[in-house]
Write a new protein. Structure first.
Length: 143
C-alpha cells in the first residue's frame, strides 16, 4: 500500500494521522490487548495499577505546588521555571529546608522574603548548611 489509503490491508500500510490509527483499531481492542499479553484480565489489572499510581503522583505534585505557593509564598509562575521542585521529597528536603528558611525569616536573619526556590532546594546539603545554618550558629533560632 502507499500509506495513505487507510484500508489497513498489507504490511506496508503506515497510517499518517491519529484518525487513521483509531479507524484501523476500532473494534479490535481485544485483539490488540491479546497481542500485547496472553491474559486480558491481567492487562486490565495492570492498567488499573498504573492509573492508581498516576492518581497518587497527581496528588503529590499538587501537594508540592500548594506548599511552595501557600507556605513559602513563592509565586505560582516560578514553579514551571524550576520543575525540579516536583522531584524532591516533601519529607526529606522540601519541608525541612523550608522550615529552616521560615525560622530565619521569623528571626529577621534573612529579610522578609523567602529566597528563590533554587537557593533553598537545589543546593547540596553541605552548601545549604553552610549558607543558611552554619552562618547563623549561636543566634537564637528556636524560641
Amino acid at each position: 500500500m502507499d500509506g495513505g489509503g487507510g484500508d489497513g490491508g498489507g504490511a506496508a500500510y503506515n497510517p499518517h494521522t491519529v484518525e487513521e490509527v483509531f479507524r484501523d483499531f476500532k473494534g479490535r481492542r481485544n485483539g490488540m490487548i491479546k497481542a500485547l499479553t496472553t491474559d486480558v484480565q491481567e492487562f486490565y489489572r495492570l492498567c488499573d495499577t498504573v492509573s492508581q499510581v498516576l492518581d497518587e503522583q497527581k496528588l503529590l505534585v499538587k501537594e508540592k505546588i500548594e506548599f511552595a505557593v501557600n507556605q513559602m509564598n513563592w509565586p505560582l509562575k516560578v514553579v514551571p521555571l524550576f520543575p525540579q521542585l516536583l522531584g524532591y521529597s516533601m519529607e526529606k528536603r522540601i519541608v525541612p529546608r523550608c522550615n529552616v528558611i521560615k525560622a530565619l525569616i521569623a528571626k529577621g536573619l534573612l529579610g522578609s522574603e523567602s529566597p528563590s526556590i533554587p537557593c533553598v532546594l537545589a543546593y547540596t546539603n553541605e552548601a545549604f548548611l553552610k549558607r543558611y545554618v552554619m552562618k547563623h550558629v549561636g543566634k537564637q533560632l528556636v524560641t
